[in-house]
Design a protein around this ligand. Structure first.
Ligand SMILES: CC(C)(COP(=O)(O)OP(=O)(O)OC[C@H]1O[C@@H](n2cnc3c(N)ncnc32)[C@H](O)[C@@H]1OP(=O)(O)O)[C@@H](O)C(=O)NCCC(=O)NCCS
Length: 178
């Protein structure tokens, strides 16, 4: 692995077209994301409105030589209120920028921003196979907690999804409260 010189910073509206281009390539060509149609820029801007400069829901980009080469996000896991302290994370690099350490720098940046936030668990759903995604999630302390079979259909076939979980923050349940 060659380490790329990368700056990781919160995303701005000006980054969205690069983010959309990276994502839409994976939408069109891979099973890694279960979106099946490319996202329009209007839809991407609406998506971006769910992220903030503070709190649980963040979007960071990796910039190399002035160009956005990838992004990572933390999103709401499920809508019901008790799920609030769980987030789902996601990470995508431009295909020419993989396997050079940029993904690890993105996740470092994302999890640093989440320090001190009211988050207890992070989840990542990895459509299989995807050895690079498994490797980076394990590197960041995610553990496989479930294997759902044929959970999605794309390109005319079903795909299994492995769900990974990572404890975030230091507040355990109080045993006295059980
Ligand atoms: C998954 C992804 C974000 C990882 O980022 P990356 O910059 O390639 O990963 P890094 O270079 O930081 O390496 C992180 C670990 O993954 C390993 N890795 C990277 N590419 C790999 C590959 N193709 N196969 C197996 N392991 C791989 C590295 O060796 C490293 O392992 P280590 O911690 O044991 O040293 C990136 O490959 C990517 O964008 N892939 C396509 C999109 C995608 O699959 N996103 C995730 C959807 S769930």
């Amino acid at each position: 692995m060659i380490n790329t010189e990368v700056e990781v910073r919160p995303a701005t509206a000006a980054d969205l077209s690069a983010v959309n281009e990276i994502c839409n390539q994976y939408v069109a060509e891979t099973h890694y994301t279960f979106d099946v149609e490319p996202m329009s820029m209007d839809a991407r801007r609406e998506w971006f409105s769910h992220y903030d400069a503070a709190g649980r829901y963040r979007l960071v980009v990796a910039v190399s030589e002035g160009r956005v080469i990838g992004y990572a996000s933390s999103s709401r896991f499920r809508p019901k209120p008790a799920y609030e302290t769980s987030i789902e994370t996601s990470i995508y690099l431009a295909p020419e920028s993989v396997d050079r350490g940029a993904g690890s720098q993105l996740y470092e940046g994302l999890f640093k921003l989440l320090e001190g936030e009211d988050v207890h668990r992070a989840y990542a759903g990895i459509a299989l196979p995807n050895p690079a995604s498994i490797a980076i999630h394990e590197r960041f302390g995610f553990k496989r907690v479930a294997h759902f079979t044929e959970q999605g259909r794309k390109f005319g076939r079903y795909w299994d999804v492995a769900w990974y979980e990572k404890p975030v923050g230091a507040e355990p349940n109080d045993p006295a409260a059980d």
